[in-house]
Design a protein around this ligand. Sequence first.
Ligand SMILES: Nc1ncnc2c1ncn2[C@@H]1O[C@H](COP(=O)(O)OP(=O)(O)OP(=O)(O)O)[C@@H](O)[C@H]1O
Ligand SMILES: [Mg+2]
Length: 243
Amino acid sequence: MPYITALLNRKGGVGKSLITVNLAAVIAEIVGDDQAVAVVSIDPQATSVEHAEKVRQAGRDVPFRVVNAKSQNVDQLRKLRRAKADIIIVDTPGFMPLKGDDDDESIDPLGDGTTGDALRAILDVADDVIVPLEAEGSAFTPTKVTIERVLIPRQIPYGVVINNWDPRDGTADLERTQSLVNRRGWEVYNSTIRHYKQHTRGITNGRFCTQYESNHASTKAKQDFVSLALEHQLRRQKYAGSR
Ligand SMILES: Nc1ncnc2c1ncn2[C@@H]1O[C@H](COP(=O)(O)OP(=O)(O)OP(=O)(O)O)[C@@H](O)[C@H]1O
Ligand SMILES: [Mg+2]
């Protein structure tokens, strides 16, 4: 049975798609088997699918399977545990409300449209969830809704991954974000994904972090995903079969 990890944050643009493809690429490189890892996208924008296409168009290898599962295929999503793969990483869309319903406990924050249905189906089969959080404060309320109204009530193991922190900005934002996370008592990955231009350009350049041109910054950019992959593996050992 595959181990299914979903990337989730109600806020858009926090790095769900970037982390999906680069974590998958690093795991596939470590495992050395292009059938072991799959990326499934339930995002209508399908950024991770597009990224993989750009890599192929650039003549480079996509070392994992890519499935563009449009939001409608809810029944297919429920069968994901029967898929032939060791690890499945699921990229999801943001799900910000049109009007502020964050404090209304009677409203399901996942919403009642097809996106909400797809998200509920994935959360039913996910073994754990990675919640990307940018180290600049603005995503904190949507992240709180994601963790405290979606994940904790469903008892899904999760870990916050602080993403897109630029060391050139100093440590203040990172430390403030870490302390907010700790004060809420949220589960958090030790690995932080730093901001690198190589990551931002990865989709246009048709590269995963395992394929960046070799230089010092690229090595450091990839290293963050290697650390994340190791930590993810430890969580897999801990949580596989627990739901
Ligand atoms: N660590 C990083 N370093 C550099 N750029 C980053 C980093 N993380 C994210 N980005 C950039 O920020 C933008 C948003 O990232 P991404 O598309 O992965 O977010 P998302 O959560 O999937 O957004 P959406 O909710 O719209 O699907 C992209 O242009 C991406 O390249
Ligand atoms: Mg995305």
